[in-house]
Design a protein around this ligand. Structure first.
Ligand SMILES: NC(=O)c1ccc[n+]([C@@H]2O[C@H](COP(=O)([O-])OP(=O)(O)OC[C@H]3O[C@@H](n4cnc5c(N)ncnc54)[C@H](O)[C@@H]3O)[C@@H](O)[C@H]2O)c1
Length: 402
C-alpha cells in the first residue's frame, strides 16, 4: 500500500494516478475539510482530466483520510515555501510530515519526498529527524515536474528523476512510478535529484527575466519587443521567450530563490533574474499610469485587471502577478483596481467581479494580465475600451503593450 501525504495540486493527481494504475493507495492530508470534500466524491481544484482520473481512482479503491497509515511506502508532497528574508527553502512542512510518518512506519519503509527542495535539504533537515527516531528507513527524492493546466497528461508522459542512496531502493521506487509513467525514469543520487529540479525551474525563470528585461529596454526606446523577438527567434540557435506581467505559481517564482539563499555570492544571474521578474508587476503598474494619462483617465476606479490566476486556464492564484500588483498598489495607498477572473468564483480581493459584463461596464481601461481562453472568445466585448495587453494576444486595433 502507498500512503500519499499531502493531497494538494501535486499529491492528489499523483495519488489518483497510482490508484488508477493498480496500486493500493491511501491519501492523507492534515486538512480535514479537504479530506471531507474528497470523501464526498468531489475534486478540490479544476484541472483537465482530473475528474475522470478521480472516478478511475475511486474504482481502484483509493481512500482519503487525515490519518497516517502504517505501510512500507510513503510519498510526501507537502508545501516547500521559501523564507522571504533569507531566501532559503523552508523545509518545515517536509520535516513535520516525515516526523509524523516516522511515528507510524515500520523499519525498512521507503519515504519518497516529492516536494521541491534545495540541494542538501534532505541531508541537513530530514536525515537528523530520521536518525533521532532510531528507525531504519530509506529516503528517496522524486521531484515533480508537471505543469498546472496539463497535469494529467504530463504525469503520464514526462520523464522523471529519482534520487536514492541505494540503487536497489531507487529501482524499486522507479517500478512504482513506471506503473503509470510512460516517460524515461532516471535513477540518480539524492543531491543530484534535488539540484536538477531547482535548476530546471531556475532555467525557466532566468529566460523569462531576459524577455522581461528586453520588454523594458524596448519600451524605454520605443522599439517593438515582440517584432524583435520574432525576428531573433528565426536565428537557428536563438529561442527567446515572451515577456509578461510577472511570474507566479508555486515553482518558477519560488524555487530559484533557494539557490540565491544557499549560494548568495555565486548565484548572481539568478538573483538579478528573480528581482527582474518580481519587479514586473510594478512595471505594469507604471504602464497603466502612462496609459491612463495618455487617455485622460484620471480615476483608477475605472481601471480593471482581467485575470487573477498566475497562468492561463487554471484556478491557482498563488503568487500571481495580479496579486503582486495589487500589493504594490496598496503600498502606494491608491484605491484598489477592479479585478475579474472567469475561473475564480470565490472572493479573494477587494473590488472583485464575478460577472464579465458587469466588470466591463465599470471600467474604461482593461489590463489583460492572464491569457485565459475565455478572453480570446470575447474580444467583441472589449471594443471601445482602452486595452493594455500584457501578453500580445489581442487582435483589436490600438491596443497598448508592455
Ligand atoms: N503546484 C505545482 O505546480 C508544483 C509543481 C511541481 C512541484 N511542486 C512542489 O510540490 C510540493 C507540493 O506543492 P502543492 O502545489 O501540491 O502544494 P499544496 O499546498 O497544493 O498542497 C499541499 C498539501 O499538503 C497538506 N499538508 C501540509 N502539511 C501536511 C502534513 N504534515 N501532513 C499531511 N498533509 C499536509 C496541505 O494541507 C495541502 O493540502 C511543493 O514542494 C511544490 O514546490 C508543485
Amino acid at each position: 500500500m502507498i500512503n500519499v501525504i499531502g493531497l494538494g495540486y501535486i499529491g492528489l493527481p499523483t495519488a489518483l494516478m497510482l490508484a488508477s494504475h493498480g496500486q493500493v493507495v491511501v491519501g492523507t492530508d492534515c486538512n480535514a475539510d479537504l479530506v471531507a470534500t474528497l470523501n464526498r466524491g468531489e475534486t478540490t481544484f479544476k484541472e483537465e482530466g482530473l475528474d475522470r482520473l478521480f472516478a478511475n481512482a475511486i474504482r481502484g479503491g483509493i481512500r482519503f483520510t487525515t490519518e497516517y497509515q502504517r505501510t512500507d511506502l510513503y510519498i510526501v508532497s507537502v508545501p516547500t515555501p521559501y523564507d522571504k528574508f533569507s531566501k532559503k527553502v523552508d523545509p518545515g512542512y517536509v520535516v513535520k510530515a516525515v516526523g509524523q510518518v516516522l511515528q507510524v512506519c515500520p523499519d525498512e519503509a521507503v519515504v519518497v519526498i516529492e516536494s521541491t527542495i534545495s540541494p542538501g535539504t534532505l541531508d541537513k533537515s530530514v536525515r537528523p529527524v530520521v536518525a533521532a527516531s532510531g528507525k531504519r528507513i530509506s529516503l528517496v527524492h522524486a521531484p515533480e515536474r508537471i505543469i498546472p493546466g496539463n497535469m494529467v497528461y504530463e504525469l503520464l508522459h514526462n520523464n522523471r528523476t529519482i534520487g536514492a542512496d541505494d540503487k536497489a531502493v531507487g529501482e524499486r521506487v522507479k517500478a512504482v512510478y513506471a506503473s503509470f509513467c510512460q516517460g524515461e525514469i532516471i535513477v540518480t543520487d539524492i543531491r543530484t535529484a534535488e539540484m536538477t529540479k531547482v535548476v530546471e525551474n531556475t532555467f525557466r525563470a532566468v529566460n523569462i527575466a531576459f524577455a522581461n528585461e528586453l520588454a523594458r529596454i524596448c519600451r524605454h526606446d520605443g522599439m517593438d519587443v515582440y517584432e524583435i523577438i520574432r525576428i531573433c527567434n528565426m536565428h537557428p540557435r536563438v529561442n527567446i521567450l515572451q515577456p509578461g506581467p510577472g511570474v507566479g505559481g508555486h515553482c518558477i517564482s519560488v524555487d530559484p530563490w533557494f539557490l540565491v539563499g544557499d549560494y548568495p555570492s555565486l548565484a548572481k544571474v539568478i538573483d538579478e533574474s528573480m528581482k527582474t521578474n518580481d519587479g514586473q508587476p510594478a512595471f505594469v503598474l507604471n504602464r497603466i499610469h502612462e496609459i491612463m494619462k495618455e487617455n485622460g483617465i484620471t480615476d483608477n476606479r475605472r481601471v480593471g485587471l482581467y485575470g487573477l490566476t498566475y497562468k492561463e486556464n487554471v484556478d491557482d492564484v498563488r503568487e500571481s502577478p495580479t496579486l503582486q500588483m495589487l500589493e504594490v498598489q496598496e503600498r502606494h495607498l491608491a484605491c484598489p483596481l477592479k479585478v475579474y477572473d472567469p475561473l475564480i468564483q470565490r472572493q479573494i480581493v477587494e473590488n472583485q467581479f464575478f460577472d464579465f459584463d458587469a466588470f466591463l461596464s465599470e471600467v474604461d481601461l482593461v489590463v489583460i494580465m492572464v491569457k485565459h481562453d475565455h478572453i480570446k472568445q470575447n474580444w467583441d466585448k472589449l471594443k471601445g475600451k482602452v486595452i493594455l495587453d500584457c501578453h500580445n494576444i489581442c487582435p483589436l486595433e490600438g491596443v497598448y503593450h508592455l
